[in-house]
Design a protein around this ligand. Sequence first.
Ligand SMILES: [Zn+2]
Length: 305
Amino acid sequence: MNSMKNFIFAIFILIILAAIGAVIYNWSSLAGLWQGKEILVGDIGATPSTALRQQKTSEPLSSGATIESTPSYQKPAENAIIKFPIFNYHHIRPMPRMASSTISDRAFTVSPEGLEAHLRYFKDNGYQVVSVYNLLDYFDTGRPLPPKAVAITFDDGYYGQYQWAYPLLKKYGMTATFFIIVSNVGKPNVLTWAEIKAMSDGGMVIGSHALSHPHLSALDDEQLRKELVDSKTILEEKIGRRVNLLSYPAGDYDERVIQFTKDAGYQAAMGVYKIINQSPKYRYSIRRFHADDWLESVTEKLAGY
Ligand SMILES: [Zn+2]
């Protein structure tokens, strides 16, 4: 009788163990599915939409649970206004000495320590550095930007952007867009194709800053088309990804330049304004702030944001 009881008890324990096993198996395969999705997203490469998704996957609330949800957003009106500060940098390098440089040299330089102070400020104060594509996504679908979103861009493709800016961006888990003057690549103090490709592969967005940095509005139609189309095509061949963003050299553009930019297949273009407001109707003249070595050049633009 006792052995019968023991037998039934053993069967009971086995059933319990099997049930626990089934639950654990389901959990782990579900977790595996989530991980698989994240790997897939990361593997597509830093095409613009992926760069966007990479930023989104780094948000604390977006992993796993929200992947399958399809919230419906309302696309904003053409003249809708959204606040979104975008900071623009040029040289990242040790600050040139006063005696051997011009004011402009120093105004367009941010030292590696200066840049790190900016990035640390964003991080410590809850600003989320996202891609310019997050703004375009808002324009196209109405998907809101994360709270306290900011973006970072670099113009002119100077060597220090790879040597100092890129490692700092990686250190802080941030992305940025680099606008390259295509015919300058590989010249002294300018990025090489290998460096540009490495940054693209590393999740940075690469955009065009034209072939030769001319004032675009001063060019005839043929030259203008060549500056826009050839720079885009060459960049795409060199990095193996689509190039959808343009930064107007010297911030110079007019209605004809905008039309040619659209015709060349760019999805948006950056100007150089000193305002925080963005709008779908200014998609081809997105506003950016010039950042210099002073932390205040960033913090004063963020006051009240
Ligand atoms: Zn420039």
